[in-house]
Design a protein around this ligand. Structure first.
Ligand SMILES: *Cc1c(COP(=O)(O)O)cnc(C)c1O
Length: 377
């Protein structure tokens, strides 16, 4: 947190707008919409709430299928279950780690032939990088299936100069504590459709109809963001660009020191993609490096450094084992070999050197022949 966040929070506090809603919520929504290039933004209690509301806005019905990326945080899949719909998990592609457009096209084609297209495709922009919307948007459009963009991890990323969150009919963001900017907890739903934005605000405030008493015709939720948190969000929005630059810098230092080790490959950033490197994620080929993902993780842990495997694919999660999935081998391999290194914006140079030294040392003690990595960035 910076000085501006504190000022804005105290302003909200002193104004006595403590109840949910208030002038900072309105201002945060307007400022945020500008940053991600959308006409409307609706501030909500979490990224998960934004995803759930998106499905309601698209009128997704119980038992309908919703396609999504298997490589994601569980919140994506949970939101589909909240709507009583059925998630179908699509594998990643190697080049972005996000939803494979070819598999998506094949599966949509199969479903359309039996007259059972999904109600929506919820595409995830994982680890700070957009999915391949140049292909995905065209494919979904040709089948008439709407896109919900789960950009919770990718605020600040770009694809062909367009911001993450601007690719779906609806886009969702998170301001949870671990995200690139935070309000401690919170989320944002973005769209260009004014009636959807209005409907989202209505559903997020218990769907209260205009009447002097409390009148309700449909079921709503308590999903709005509080004025206090919106004040923090406005301050955080001003440092977003610095955060993105810092995360990319951290990535570059890791890349400089580790990419010459055999068997280490970083998450690729193809031409036209501008990742925030929210997390520096890499894969380890144990045959080339001489030690595997888990040995590196444990060596770091022994030095009190936390590193984590990349997301465990949803089709492997016990909670979602009974769901359909399309492919899965790429995400499984990324999970088996993938590691997220400490990437916080406030990491010092010395912090990063400690991480790099542990990995380099482990490599030195592992006596194997050096093979070159075919997909190194
Ligand atoms: C963090 C995250 C969410 C959920 O956001 P919350 O604000 O924690 O509810 C959803 N999807 C992805 C991909 C995330 O990383």
């Amino acid at each position: 947190m910076g000085a501006r966040e504190r000022e804005l929070l105290l302003d909200a506090f002193d104004s006595n707008w403590i109840a949910p809603l208030g002038p900072h919520v309105d201002a945060f929504e307007q400022e945020f919409a500008g940053v991600v290039g959308r006409k409307h933004a609706v501030a909500v209690a979490s990224g998960t709430a934004a995803l759930h509301l998106s499905l309601r806005l698209l009128d997704v019905q119980p038992e309908q299928e919703v396609f999504t990326s298997t490589m994601t945080f569980v919140a994506t899949a949970n939101s589909i279950r909240y709507a009583n719909a059925k998630p179908v998990f699509i594998d990643s592609e190697e080049s972005t780690w996000n939803m494979d457009p070819m598999l998506l096209a094949e599966e949509l084609d199969r479903c359309s032939q039996v007259g059972k297209l999904p109600a929506a495709v919820m595409v995830v922009d994982v680890n700070g990088q957009c999915a391949n919307y140049a292909m995905i948007s065209e494919i979904c459009e040709s089948f008439g299936v709407p896109i919900i963009e789960d950009a919770a991890e990718s605020l600040g990323a770009k694809l062909s100069g367009k911001p993450a969150g601007s690719f779906g009919q609806l886009g969702c963001f998170s301001f949870n504590g671990n995200k690139i900017i935070t309000t401690s907890g919170g989320g944002m739903l973005v769209t260009d459709d004014e009636s959807w934005a209005k409907q989202a605000r209505y559903l997020a405030t218990q769907a209260r109809d205009p009447a002097p008493h409390y009148e309700h015709t449909v079921m709503g939720y308590n999903y709005r963001m509080s004025n206090l948190l919106a004040a923090i969000g406005r301050g955080q929005l001003q440092v977003l660009e610095d955060r993105v630059n810092r995360r990319r810098e951290i990535f570059q230092v890791y890349q400089r020191h580790l990419s010459n080790l055999p068997g280490i490959c970083f998450m690729p950033e193809p031409d036209g993609f501008h990742s925030t490197r929210w997390l520096t994620a890499m894969t380890i080929d144990p045959n080339a490096l001489g030690c595997d993902r888990e040995q590196i993780r444990l060596a770091l842990e022994a030095e009190n450094i936390e590193a984590r495997p990349v997301w465990k694919p949803m089709h492997l999660q016990p909670a979602y084992r009974d769901c359909r999935h399309v492919g899965g081998e790429v995400a499984e391999r990324l999970f088996r070999d993938g590691l997220c290194l400490p990437s916080g914006s406030s990491m010092s140079e010395a912090d990063q050197s400690r991480v790099i030294n542990v990995i380099s040392q482990l490599r030195r003690t592992a006596s194997v022949e050096a093979l070159t990595c075919p997909t190194r960035v």
